[in-house]
Design a protein around this ligand. Structure first.
Ligand SMILES: *Cc1c(COP(=O)(O)O)cnc(C)c1O
Length: 325
């Protein structure tokens, strides 16, 4: 998928919304009485964990898939929310979807991807092998590689969440957003800053392997060492050849904060105990950042809850207090 030159503007987010609105869910936003009381502030939850496939990535994938020029479908190398989104978006558009996974991926995850109707290719012993196979398949069959975050159509699609946040709470002053490769926060910040210029946008990553935070500090995209984290959907690098999200996050995002594992666990626990929402680690970091005191709520504050795809046994361990690092 070629990027096309220039910059991504607010009009791209509005165009994305018109394109995808019948294919994705417009998720609700509600006030959290529990968090508002606990923090003495006005806290709202954008429940993007209710999105079809269980995570926001369906928005960007759908916006990208609907703009394929002549490819007969897409291919992705992802075990997680991106793979599921790519497969679902392609299928809804009547296109072919192939997802390449390594043999190390647990059978339950393979089944979940297969259930979307995608062709699943289980190859090799690492994510790199799966990626290489995906590229070969793309070349052979003319499929488009669908990137997880660093693409203008993906960023504009995620930005539709920012539009909804401001429509539902025009007086918003703080928006707290999970941050990994930065497609989500780049799109959301673009839309929020255009529609509510006073609002501050804050990114939250896990302290373990925070690729964007390290890159911002270095002034250029840098590699990180990955380690296991509860926020597995926030893992991975931003790409040393990053074209879009690094500059957008640098220019649009007001602050980035980092959380340790116990703080992330507390976000997941609070989500269930107080909000009755099932959240994956990455989906709970906005709440976790408030609870840990790493982001001070200023004015009406919206926490973006980005996903709910967590293994049931891990969720049970966290919410029952049995989880230990
Ligand atoms: C992918 C993902 C993120 C991070 O999105 P980026 O665009 O990579 O910053 C956050 N939460 C969940 C649930 C995700 O799947």
């Amino acid at each position: 998928m070629a990027g096309g030159g220039g910059v991504i503007g607010f009009h791209d987010v509005r165009a994305a919304r018109a394109r995808i609105e019948r294919l994705v869910t417009r998720t609700p936003q509600r006030r959290s009485e529990a968090l508002s009381e606990r923090l003495g502030a006005d806290i709202h939850l954008k429940l993007e964990c209710w999105q079809d496939t269980g995570a926001f990535k369906l928005r960007g994938a759908t916006n990208a898939v609907l703009q394929l020029s002549d490819a007969p479908g897409v291919v992705a190398a992802s075990t997680g929310n991106h793979g599921r989104a790519a497969a679902t978006a392609a299928r809804r558009a009547g296109l072919r979807a192939a997802v390449c996974l390594s043999r190390l991926v647990p059978e339950a995850k393979v089944r979940a991807v297969r259930a979307t109707g995608a062709e699943v290719h289980v190859v090799g012993d690492s994510q790199d092998d799966a990626q290489a196979h995906a590229e070969a398949l793309a070349a052979r069959d003319g499929l488009a590689m669908l990137p997880p975050f660093d693409h203008p159509h993906v960023i504009a699609g995620q930005g539709t969440i920012g539009l909804e946040i401001v429509e539902d709470r025009p007086e918003v002053e703080t928006v707290i957003v999970p941050l990994s490769g930065g497609g989500l926060i780049a799109g959301v910040a673009l839309a929020v800053k255009a529609a509510a210029p006073r609002a501050r946008v804050v990114g939250v990553s896990m302290a373990r392997g925070a690729a964007m935070a390290d890159s911002l500090r270095a002034g250029r995209p840098v590699a990180v060492t990955e380690s296991p984290t509860l926020a597995d959907s926030l893992g991975g690098g931003i790409g040393l050849d990053n074209r879009w999200t690094f500059a957008m996050v640098r220019d649009l995002v007001d602050d980035v904060v980092l959380l340790d594992e116990a703080e992330i666990a507390e976000g997941v626990r609070w989500g269930y105990a107080e909000e009755r929402e099932v959240l994956e680690g990455g989906g709970a970091v906005a709440i976790a950042a408030l609870l840990a005191g790493r982001v001070a709520p200023r004015g009406p504050t919206v926490c973006l809850l980005s996903g709910r795809n967590i293994a049931m046994d891990l969720h049970c361990a966290i919410v029952s207090g049995r989880w230990r690092e």
